[in-house]
Ligand binder design. Structure first.
Ligand SMILES: [Zn+2]
Length: 497
């Protein structure tokens, strides 16, 4: 056994004491790593999670955003108020820079009139005889409409971008876009109000896959007009059967007549399908007051910590600041913005000095235009900014599970797998990204793209609906998500050049 000198012993004792006091500082937290007996990586993960869970700021700030500002539809006064709040909030943390990137955004308003009404003698008769509830797994409609009426006000809302107008007609039920084409060619849609009623495939564990299997009805359903339809109702994009309609963007095809586009609650869609089958005398009236106004100036909001080794190289991470006008944009995507802000704060607070410039971004106008993400990428190109990585959080503030990651980074990330697993964020999928960082792919093809992946089971219960409010965000789940994003930013900062 090798004898340790007096000086050597003193040195070991001294270093151990320092480690006990502050191991991160002792091992060179400022951008370097050590493979010594105490793993810097494990300590970093622990510090980020501990701080987020014991003194997190994400939840409080999200509350201010949701309750103080509220919904933030692009082009609305509220969105602009939100941007002022975001700049002030970020400045209060004294990050190295806080700035905005001005960009013009579209402006669509729901208007004062929004009604979808049903007249159905069959339904009235069923309610009179108390026979409706027995036919439905979901009793929400019956509970809300216990008494027979001449006319029923349905739980519905305009889709984002819809034109206004008032039309009355009979329904025709269509199961998705393929069926739409074949029924349209047979002349079955002429003069009708189309109900696009393809439901989520409940057997898919990843609810985003179920959403992907239906959402074209909402985005492209207006093509019904080329077969003579006078309005389109779309079944809400949700796993849940309830009375909350879910809005979302819809597009019109050039050269096709623009007809009113409406989301109906899932419980209503189920009922309407039966009305359509059983009641030849039914009538639906759609009355919307929506309008599209001139574009308006808005902005992305950016806060950053300057890199110590590669200040000119950027790791961007964020969410979209705009939301739909229903609800408060709490999960979609206030949570993603707060994940990013909190990740920047956590890394600063624990004394970590990043190698690269870390940039938290609140992109504007993801929901109905993607102008913020597009402008961000354009500026990156014009200014010659090199993005080594870009991460987006836009799947809600639920329990974090892992990340979608570009294959180019998988090998480097594998070194961290045990720490990711230890914090429940080890589910790594191939391929990462998000809507707002998509345009960056075209101008910075070598960027590592990452998408934050939380549990997906409850996301579409509230997505784009009046239920997407602060009360439906769990504090601890949000804190875990913010720490997860911070931990991923740390690995990117460590492993990329
Ligand atoms: Zn979103």
């Amino acid at each position: 056994m090798k004898k340790i000198s007096w000086f050597g012993r003193r040195l070991v004792i001294g270093v151990l004491g320092f480690l006990a006091m502050d191991p991160l500082l002792a091992q060179g937290i400022r951008g370097t790593r050590s493979d010594g007996p105490i793993s810097l990586d494990s300590l970093m993960f622990k510090r980020l999670f501990d701080l987020s869970l014991t003194d997190g700021h994400a939840y409080k700030r999200l509350g201010e955003l949701c309750k103080g500002v509220g919904p933030r539809l692009s082009g609305s006064d509220n969105a602009e108020r939100g941007i002022v709040w975001a700049v002030d909030m970020l400045k209060s943390y004294r990050f190295d820079t806080v700035f905005t990137q001005p960009v013009m955004v579209p402006r669509w308003e729901r208007g004062d009139v929004e009604a979808v009404e049903l007249v159905s003698p069959w339904l009235t008769d069923k309610l009179k005889r108390g026979k409706l509830a027995a036919d439905y797994d979901c009793e929400a409609f019956v509970e809300a409409n216990p008494k027979p009426q001449k006319m029923y006000a349905l739980n519905a809302c305009a889709l984002g971008g819809s034109v206004g107008g008032k039309v009355t007609g009979a329904l025709v039920v269509v199961d998705g876009m393929k069926a739409l084409d074949s029924m349209g060619k047979l002349g079955l849609l002429k003069g009708k109000i189309v109900l696009l009623n393809r439901a989520f495939d409940q057997t898919l564990l990843n609810t985003f896959q179920a959403y992907g299997g239906c959402v074209n009805q909402r985005v492209n359903g207006s093509v019904s007009a080329k077969y003579g339809a006078v309005a389109v109702l779309v079944r809400s994009m949700s796993n849940k059967c309830d009375l909350h309609p879910h809005t979302g963007v819809t597009h019109y095809e050039d050269g096709v007549a623009k007809v009113p586009m409406v989301a109906v609650a899932t419980a209503v869609a189920d009922l309407l399908e039966d009305v359509c089958v059983n009641d030849a005398k039914h009538q639906v009236t759609v009355n919307l007051g929506c309008k599209t106004l001139d574009d308006r100036m808005s902005a992305n909001v950016v806060a950053s910590s300057t890199g110590s080794v590669y200040p000119e190289k950027i790791i961007a991470f964020g969410g979209h600041f705009d939301s739909w006008d229903e609800g408060e944009g709490a999960h979609d995507d206030g949570a993603g913005c707060m994940h990013a802000f909190e990740a920047l704060r956590l890394l600063k607070e624990i004394g970590y000095t990043p190698k690269h410039t870390l940039r938290c971004v609140f992109w504007i106008n993801e929901e109905n235009g993607l102008r913020g993400g597009t402008e961000y990428a354009r500026l990156a190109q014009v200014l010659g900014e090199e993005h080594v990585a870009a991460l987006e959080s836009d799947r809600g503030g639920f329990v974090p599970r892992g990340f979608g990651v570009d294959t180019s980074f998988l090998l480097k990330l594998s070194k961290y797998q045990k720490w990711l697993d230890a914090y429940g964020i080890g589910e790594i999928e191939r391929g990462g990204g998000g809507a707002d960082i998509g345009p960056l792919k075209k101008v910075n093809p070598n960027t590592v793209f990452v998408g934050f992946i939380p549990d997906s089971q409850r996301y579409f219960d509230v997505h784009h609906a009046e239920t997407d409010v602060f009360e439906n965000v769990n504090k601890r789940e949000l804190q875990l998500g913010a720490a997860a994003v911070a931990a991923m930013i740390y690995t990117l900062d460590q492993e990329l050049d």
